[in-house]
Design a protein around this ligand. Structure first.
Ligand code: PLP
Length: 421
């Protein structure tokens, strides 16, 4: 191993050992990457993506062909009838709420089969007197996962019978539950259809894109939603989100994003189209780099005796790695180290703070080209037991691997970790 950074010799040995343990997982990741890269390339060809589509528009954005072609390509890649890919979704939360407001009406019910929704969605769905979904009279019920990974069908079945929306979150998010793989989602959707054929199946796809060969629409989801600041932006999209799925629901989502009657017909793209298209093009490769970084992180942390999830050879369906550091000092020094090992803002030092939308203080390191991008190497830790640090991203494997080793070195330097004894 090249040792530009002069890492401790014992750390180099651990890194070599970790890569050996990762070999099988790396091969599986490369296989998925190649398949997905071909899927994206074929879709670009099929829809005759042209240089002129990158032109962009201003003002109302009437007749923006680039915007239309991007939606067509996206729908195709995601196995959907139609898609709404826009830079003016401010994040994934905004895109998810746009989709939910599009299909739910006062008095109707939404059932989450994967328990609590992602932290930032809680206020948006359940908040009081703030214009949330519940504030508008939608009934929201969550069925917690059993043992953290299987759907509680006994509780869910009677609730689903009269539900308008059945909601699934693919990724574990920042919780200790397991992921839902595409196979899990397929089985869940078949079961939902048996119970209530009219329920609209909505999948929060954040962090899941391109980690497998198929996306949830390909196994029957009606709407899938995600953020371009994560996997499908490929580290290139400056901002944005997407909704993909059945054409009739995409039209309603477009009505909600703009206005009824106008929908997808307007919305200038400024200079964002090329970055969104280019981001999609890079997304299979960048997601594979993030997955390899995740596997390497799991392997080296396990070698040092930490509890991680998932495991080295677990079936993956998101890019998140959780490491239990069991100590606030260790969690903080690891996150500071990830910041030091980042390509941008490496000289800054993150501190735990009260982030909007989160209950506990959170420390977030993200020395990223796109602000806060978690497809780039980043580590976040809510300041609560067992001081789990969530590590994700990595635009390319070798820089992210170096970042992880720098973070471990930081823990050693700060005295919160000893190795090789
Ligand atoms: C990140 C994330 C969201 C929200 O996306 P933002 O872009 O942070 O608003 C929703 N669900 C899951 C599972 C996520 O990981």
């Amino acid at each position: 191993m090249s040792n530009y950074y002069n890492f401790d010799e014992r750390l180099n040995e651990l890194a070599n050992e970790a890569e050996k343990l990762s070999a099988d997982a790396f091969l599986r990741i490369s296989d998925i990457e190649e398949y997905n890269q071909q899927r994206v390339l074929a879709s670009f060809t099929k829809h005759r993506l042209a240089y002129s589509h990158f032109e962009g528009t201003t003002g109302y954005g009437y007749g923006d062909r680039g915007r239309e072609v991007l939606d067509e390509i996206w729908a195709d890649v995601f196995g959907a009838e139609d898609a709404l890919v826009r830079h003016n979704f401010v994040n994934g939360t905004h895109a998810i709420l746009t989709a939910l407001f599009a299909v739910l009406r006062p008095g109707e019910r939404m059932v989450s089969l994967t328990g609590a929704v992602y932290d930032t969605l809680t206020q948006a769905i359940e908040g009081k007197n703030n214009g949330s979904l519940c504030d508008f009279g939608v009934e929201f019920i969550k069925c917690e996962l059993l043992y953290g990974n299987s759907i509680d069908w006994d509780s869910a079945t009677p609730l689903l019978k009269t539900a308008k929306v059945a909601y699934l979150q693919r990724s574990r998010g920042y919780s200790d539950r397991g992921v839902l793989t595409i196979d899990d989602i397929k089985v869940a959707i078949e079961k939902i259809r048996e119970i209530n054929p009219d329920a609209i199946v909505v999948v929060d796809n954040c962090y899941g894109e391109f980690t497998e060969k198929r996306e949830p629409c390909a196994v029957g989801a009606d709407l899938v939603i995600g953020s371009l600041i994560k996997n499908p932006g490929g580290g290139i999209a400056d901002t944005g989100g997407y909704i993909a799925g059945k054409a009739k629901y995409i039209e309603q989502a477009a009505y909600r994003l703009t206005t009824p009657g106008i929908g997808k017909e307007v919305g200038c793209t400024l200079d964002q189209t090329k970055k969104m298209v280019r981001g999609l093009f890079e997304a299979p490769r960048v997601t594979a780099a993030a997955l390899k970084t995740s596997v390497f992180t799991v392997a080296i942390m396990k070698l040092m005796g930490f509890v991680t999830s998932p495991d080295i050879n677990s079936k993956r369906s998101d890019i998140i790695t959780a490491v239990n550091f069991e100590s606030e000092a260790r969690a903080i020094s690891f996150c500071k180290g990830i910041q030091m090992g980042s390509p941008v803002d490496s000289h800054l030092s993150p501190e735990p703070w009260d982030m909007p939308g989160y209950d506990d203080k959170v420390i977030m390191s993200a020395g990223a080209f796109t602000m806060g991008a978690s497809i780039e190497l980043s580590a976040d830790a809510p300041m609560r037991e067992p001081y789990t640090v969530f590590v994700q991203g990595g635009l390319n494997y070798y820089s992210a691997k170096a970042g992880v080793l720098i973070a471990i070195s930081e823990m050693i330097k700060s005295g919160s970790l000893k190795i090789g004894e």
